[in-house]
Ligand binder design. Structure first.
Ligand code: SAM
Length: 327
């Protein structure tokens, strides 16, 4: 019987978001500055052996879900090899991936074979020119990646859209139609003041309740459910299988049910997306700590997990860009 990780607010930590690189091949304006080059050096990235070891310790502490993220996780060489090693760990029940899908066409099958079951794909617009303006990249590549994910049998496929006023809020209905047509799940996300970029984008912030009300005029929305244990609140479009999730860190935060911690590419364990509390695991790993010592350090860190973020009260607080922590 595995141990459990419970923090001082009685929240059970069962989910690790694992960033395998802080690098990304896109430059979404609300995430990473154009021309940004101040990335972690590869010697500081945890190796696959180190990642596998840390995840194994987490599984013995009752973590049974891991999501590969970044940066863009598919920028990390040989990601399917790492995925296969993690999927084989006893106790790990759910291995998933968050990706911008630019490189998914090449890797979807190998990831599926490796044991990744579910993918979340970031897609803020269906318009190629707008996609280029938001991300600096090519929409066509992403659409190919999404198609490859479907062909490889990932299910469910969730499309994540950061909804921003005057940027893409006119596309929410089009995105609903797109997801209906392809059988995807759709999630809308509120803009968070992560790093300078996120703070600048905060003037584009929209409370998703306004989007829900707008959609309710066009679609019949029923209360919905979605397995997966995340923070989204779901509705279902009547007469269809489409589920739409609303992720509202700003207008209605969900910290009381937070079940996760984040491990960044350099081996820093972040206890809250919106606070600086962290534990550097890399020195422990490289100084010969035993598994029992790693487990004890993780337990002590989880005991310090903050009650909640303060994106609203103190938006200046988080200096890290989203891609550094592992979004
Ligand atoms: N590259 C992968 C991807 O695109 O899914 C994983 C990392 S990315 C940082 C994870 C998610 O964070 C993306 O959906 C992205 O849109 C979102 N994100 C980045 N900065 C954000 C911000 N300031 N507010 C809200 N979401 C943000």
């Amino acid at each position: 019987m595995a141990d459990t990780l419970v923090d001082r607010y009685q929240r059970r930590i069962e989910y690790v978001r694992l960033s395998v690189t802080d690098r990304c091949d896109l430059r979404c304006f609300y995430c990473l500055p154009r021309g940004y080059r101040d990335f972690e050096t590869p010697e500081h990235w945890l190796t696959f052996d180190e990642i596998e070891r840390v995840v194994a310790v987490f599984t013995r502490l009752g973590v049974h879900r891991v999501r590969l993220t970044g940066g863009e996780p598919l920028v990390r060489h040989d990601l399917p090899v790492l995925a296969a090693r993690l999927a084989a760990l006893p106790g790990l029940e759910d291995l998933s991936l968050s990706t911008n899908a630019t490189r998914l066409a090449r890797h979807a099958e190998a990831l599926r074979r490796a044991g990744v079951r579910r993918v979340n794909i970031s897609l803020d617009t269906l318009d190629p020119a707008r996609f280029r303006a938001i991300t600096g990249g090519r929409l066509e590549k992403v659409l190919e990646g999404i198609e490859a994910a479907r062909a490889a049998g990932f299910a469910p496929i969730k499309i994540n859209m950061v909804v921003m006023r005057g940027v893409n809020d006119d596309e929410v209905e089009a995105m609903v139609e797109f997801c209906l047509a392809h059988g995807f799940t759709l999630r809308f996300i509120e803009t968070m003041p992560m790093g300078e970029t996120g703070r600048h984008a905060s003037d584009r912030y929209i409370d998703l309740e306004t989007i829900r009300r707008r959609l309710a005029r066009r679609f019949e929305l029923l209360p919905g459910m979605m397995p997966g244990g995340g923070p989204a609140r779901y509705v279902q479009v009547a007469g269809t299988d489409l589920r739409i999730g609303f992720i509202t860190p700003i207008s209605r935060h969900f910290c009381a049910t937070c079940n996760r911690v984040r491990l960044s590419a350099d081996g820093t364990l972040h206890l809250c997306l919106g606070q600086e509390h962290s534990l550097p695991l890399r020195p422990l790993l490289r100084d010969g700590a035993s598994d029992a010592e790693l487990a004890a350090a993780i337990r002590a860190a989880v005991a310090r997990k903050p009650e909640r973020h303060e994106f609203r009260e103190r938006p200046e607080k988080v200096v890290r860009f989203m891609s550094m922590t592992g979004g």
